[in-house]
Design a protein around this ligand. Structure first.
Ligand SMILES: CCCCCCCC(=O)SCCNC(=O)CCNC(=O)[C@H](O)C(C)(C)COP(=O)(O)OP(=O)(O)OC[C@H]1O[C@@H](n2cnc3c(N)ncnc32)[C@H](O)[C@@H]1OP(=O)(O)O
Length: 208
């Protein structure tokens, strides 16, 4: 896994928009004491998730692991399949943005908070052919109240290969009611009746 700072690895990259720049009184993120150990496979947060769920035949099946070293980091791999094409033999940009979003979202396992993407700014640097393994790294850069600032890169040709995609994001912490109040009732009922799903949801709650 590459250990360089994704933002420093992008010389000449335009600065993130003001909404993605942490305020001066933002704090460094804290890895929760009960966070998964470095290197631990995080697993899917929801079996029907398009990004990580095992129940989506054409989903990304993205597999993320808790990052090594200091900070709140994860790494992940996503193999681009023919179902993910946008142009002949090339990954669709929206699918690549999904891979970045999912990797950034999985940082929640380490913070043990529930949050949703508020803003995602993506740079597409190199085309990504079908069959490529995209090596993703993400880290939380700062926290301010409910706002979680994070950044991610996707590399091709190996974990230390050239950057093909990168993103900066702002996730907003929410209560579990966000999903209960807004999700379609049949899926919410099914999720709430599934002990496995309850266990996964609890992994994100500081005070379950
Ligand atoms: C392991 C899990 C993996 C998950 C991976 C996938 C993640 C996803 O894709 S989640 C799905 C996509 N996202 C969504 O559906 C979210 C839809 N949006 C919403 O529900 C709401 O707009 C929500 C919850 C983000 C914010 O609403 P609300 O809770 O009312 O917060 P609100 O009071 O407006 O804003 C809180 C703060 O965030 C800021 N903020 C909110 N939205 C944005 C935004 N889009 N851009 C910048 N700042 C924002 C506000 O300015 C405010 O800042 P401050 O505290 O400094 O005043």
């Amino acid at each position: 896994m590459s250990t360089d700072n994704p933002r420093e690895a992008a010389p000449g990259r335009p600065a993130a928009s003001p909404a993605l720049t942490p305020p001066a009184d933002a704090t460094a993120p804290l890895r929760h004491p009960d966070a998964p150990a470095p290197g631990e496979l995080l697993g899917a947060h929801y079996g029907h998730c398009f990004g990580c769920g095992e129940g989506q035949p054409h989903g990304l099946h993205l597999a993320a692991r808790a990052g090594e070293g200091p900070g709140v980091r994860v790494s992940a791999e996503f193999t681009v399949k023919p179902a993910h094409q946008g142009a002949p033999g090339l990954a669709h940009g929206g699918v690549l943005a999904t891979a970045l979003d999912e990797t950034l979202g999985s940082l929640q396992w380490l913070l043990r908070v529930i949050a949703v993407t508020g803003r995602l700014e993506t740079d597409f640097v190199r085309p990504v052919p079908v069959g490529t393994v995209l090596h993703l790294d993400a880290e939380v850069t700062a926290v301010h109240g409910r706002k979680i600032y994070s950044t991610a890169t996707g590399r091709i040709g190996g974990p230390d290969g050239p950057v093909a995609v990168r993103a900066d994001a702002l996730f907003i912490e929410v209560k579990v009611d966000h999903f209960i109040d807004n999700g379609r009732p049949e899926e919410i009922r099914a999720a709430m009746a599934d002990p496995d799903q309850i266990r996964r949801a609890r992994a994100f709650e500081v005070n379950p």
